[in-house]
Write a new protein. Structure first.
Length: 140
């Protein structure tokens, strides 16, 4: 013979509304906290988010150093110099391109990558504007 269960029934009950858990309730300290970046006039766009995401990886930061001086490199050259596989190099280059750090052009069967200077400058300006509106410098 099994003992009857005393806890709440498993799963939602059809005639009972879902009860919000405590994580859905606003925290009293949230109301007194300083304004967050969400309240700032300038919000980061998708381009800036992709730019920051591309720069977040240490390997991608090292990869960017290969492009110093405005050189153009192929996936194979990047893979060789970084000591990584071509598939990995291609994925990293694609993230950097999506983030606006690199641009590419096809020459025959090769795709050559180089720094996209105008887009990098736009992204840096957008980042500066965002940081000024979100986190303005304090005056002593």
């Amino acid at each position: 013979m099994t003992a009857p269960t005393t806890g709440p029934p498993a799963g939602p009950q059809p005639d009972q509304p879902d009860q919000p858990d405590q994580t859905d309730q606003p925290n009293q300290t949230d109301q007194t906290a300083a304004p967050s970046c969400a309240a700032a006039a300038v919000q980061p766009g998708d381009r800036l988010r992709d730019f920051l995401k591309a720069l977040a990886g240490e390997q991608r930061q090292q990869l960017m150093e290969l492009f110093t001086g405005g050189v153009e490199l192929t996936v194979g050259t990047v893979a060789q110099r970084m000591g990584i596989g071509q598939s990995n190099a291609s994925q990293q280059l694609a993230l950097l391109r999506r983030g606006g750090l690199l641009t590419s052009r096809r020459v025959g069967k090769e795709v050559r990558y180089r720094v996209d200077v105008p887009t990098v400058e736009k992204s840096l300006t957008e980042l500066q504007d965002y940081l000024r509106s979100c986190c303005p410098p304090t005056t002593p």
